[in-house]
Design a protein around this ligand. Structure first.
Ligand code: NVA
Length: 365
């Protein structure tokens, strides 16, 4: 296999822990609260419904945007002081509040806060995810100038076919209260068309793990498998989150041979055999010291941190038990405030996407 190092390529990232050199950090300005809909209901905590009923179709409250934006700027500062080049999406030409219309439906946009959901870098390929929420149909345009720049400098660019997101694309019978039927997980997206979000994939060099979820279907997984090249092996995993959407609070690689798992969703017997020689580390329960409710996710955003390399990890400053655990395994933790970003649906891992990590493509198994 040809070995490449990050500095030779403008876009290059093969795993979650090699030294980070360039990253996209999302923005929350212009974020719009989605109107309640079946795809949203599939993964949203029950308590959040009243928030969507009150604000659906309107901007997120100004104070939420301001506080989260400050925290994103704080993340940018920490990254820059660690020598990481930070890029931000452009939202000047996108009004997320504007209603757009396709032949099948109308929707407003959402935000450009979570680059991890929509762009996945695999080696030197930028994979543009097709997404599965109507509110995210045009979100990629916030990143297109950046992607064009990377493309002009030599990166490869793969865009998956977008599903129509017509009613027929969603399982009309799906209800989150019936998410398991006869031991089989049900999803709001059907197999009628290709769908995936990038955040359902997690990269370990030549091996990539993926879960089916309420935004990622088997066709989407097969599309990625066939397009990224024979050097990669995609392994489908299935853990205990009954309403899955994005794998980055379920399993998080810390470095070669070290995997952090969410003990409330991951039964060790469901971890693929290839991890037998790895240290499997159980994450501590989330601290829940937050003054704001979470509208799109579980409390396990605890685990949604960002590794600068295989020794340094940026974590939310309230997560002391997590920091203690990581430190006991030899990691240096960099605590920053991020709890006001949480209600937008993620922490630092979601709020970023790797553009370049220095390292080689290799197998860790
Ligand atoms: N759906 C998962 C991942 C969010 C980033 C959760 O709620 O924990």
């Amino acid at each position: 296999m040809k070995e490449l190092v990050g500095t030779e390529k403008v876009v290059w990232s093969c795993n979650e822990w090699d030294p980070l050199e360039e990253v996209i950090v999302g923005v929350v300005e212009g974020a719009i609260v989605p109107v309640w809909n079946p795809a949203l209901q599939a993964t949203t905590p029950k308590h959040a419904k009243s928030f969507f009923e009150k604000y659906g179709g309107k901007p997120f409250p100004k104070v939420m945007i301001e506080e989260a934006s400050k925290e994103l700027d704080g993340l940018v500062k920490v990254l820059e002081s660690a020598g990481v080049k930070v890029r931000r999406p452009e939202i000047t030409n996108i009004d997320f509040s504007k209603t757009y219309e396709t032949p099948w439906w109308k929707s407003q946009g959402l935000y450009a806060a979570m680059p991890r959901d929509i762009i996945m870098v695999i080696g030197d390929i930028m994979v543009e995810a097709p997404m599965a929420w109507r509110s995210r149909y045009f979100e990629i345009f916030a990143y297109r100038n950046l992607m064009k720049e990377y493309f002009n400098k030599g990166a490869r660019w793969l865009a998956a076919p977008k599903p129509s997101m017509a009613d027929s694309f969603y399982n009309q019978d799906y209800h989150p209260d019936r998410a398991m039927i006869d031991g089989v997980k049900q999803f709001v997206v059907s197999e009628a068309e290709i769908a995936f979000d990038a955040a359902d994939f997690v990269r370990f060099g030549t091996d990539i793990l993926v879960q089916k979820s309420n935004v990622t279907n088997a066709l989407g997984i097969e599309w990625v498998r066939r397009h990224i090249g024979p050097e990669y092996t995609i392994h489908e995993v299935n853990f205990g989150d009954e309403h899955p959407m994005h794998i980055d609070t379920t399993i998080v690689p810390l470095g070669p041979g070290k995997l952090l798992i969410n003990p409330s969703w991951v039964d060790k017997k469901d971890i693929p055999k290839m991890f037998d020689s790895w240290d499997i580390i159980e994450a501590p329960a989330p601290v829940k010291a937050y003054d704001s409710a979470l509208y799109f996710s579980s409390d396990w955003l605890t685990m949604n941190f960002l590794s600068i390399d295989d020794k340094k990890i940026i974590v939310e400053e309230n997560e002391r038990p997590l920091m203690d655990l990581l430190e006991s395994h030899g990691f240096q933790t960099i605590p920053i405030p991020f709890r006001h970003f949480y209600p937008f649906g993620g922490s630092m891992h979601c709020a970023t996407t790797d553009i370049r990590r220095r390292g080689i493509l290799q197998s860790y198994f």
